[in-house]
Design a protein around this ligand. Sequence first.
Ligand code: ADP
Length: 260
Amino acid sequence: ISTFIVLLSVVLVFSTSLFLASRAIKPIKTSWEKQMAFIADASHELRTPLAVVNSNLEIVMENENETIESQMKWLNNIQSELERMKKLVDDLLFLARADAEDEMPKEYFDLSSLVHKIFDEFTPLCQKKDIEFLLDTKDNIIFYGNEFRIKQLITILLDNAIKYTGEEGKVELKLESHTSTVQLSVSDTGEGIPKEHIDKIFDRFYRVDKSRSRNHGGAGLGLAIAKCIVNEHKGNINVSSVVSEGTKFTVSLPYKAPQN
Ligand code: ADP
């Protein structure tokens, strides 16, 4: 009987440790799988522009007796694909740093002025697309954060709003301040996002319509980056959208007025 009890205890201890080990390994396995998927997606996104550069370069090299002027079409294609790749590599580096939990340096800056500046920068693009562009902001909001990244966040949201809104649509950038939060919102009257995609649009490389987004030039990293920036400022980002009516992204960030 005592041998049986010893044996039973050994089996029990062994199976419990096996169970605990598999539970401990699960998050590591999930994180590893996520990393592998990220690398696969990144490689795929980099391969596409590389293939375009390669094929255009081949044409240029085949026409070795042609003038540079006559080859401009192919050279322009190469240039725009290289720009796309540069943006992609910058975005990937940003996400890698965010994963490594590199803290963003922060200081007080005038958020109202920044919003005005961004509004001025986007006005010509909206005029070109015949989009009505509106700004609603309070002045003198001094915010503690990383100015460069907050600019990147607003730029991503505006870029998308303009990208997914057709001619004669409307885009609005709004900045409000409350006692302990500032609220930034970007709304548009564009194509909207179908309900079943809403939960996934902040995932890396996620695009609602892959073929269309590629024509627009996006790799599906913009909103993932936007979310990282919001998290780094301890805020939150929400989206509400109705197909064919429009989309509104709202960012809430904790706010503490500077003490003089
Ligand atoms: P992308 O580079 O493709 O724009 P994002 O991460 O910025 O990538 O956005 C992910 C997806 O969310 C987009 O492919 C698009 O389908 C959808 N999306 C984002 N913003 C809007 C918007 N304002 N209106 C409609 N769809 C949007």
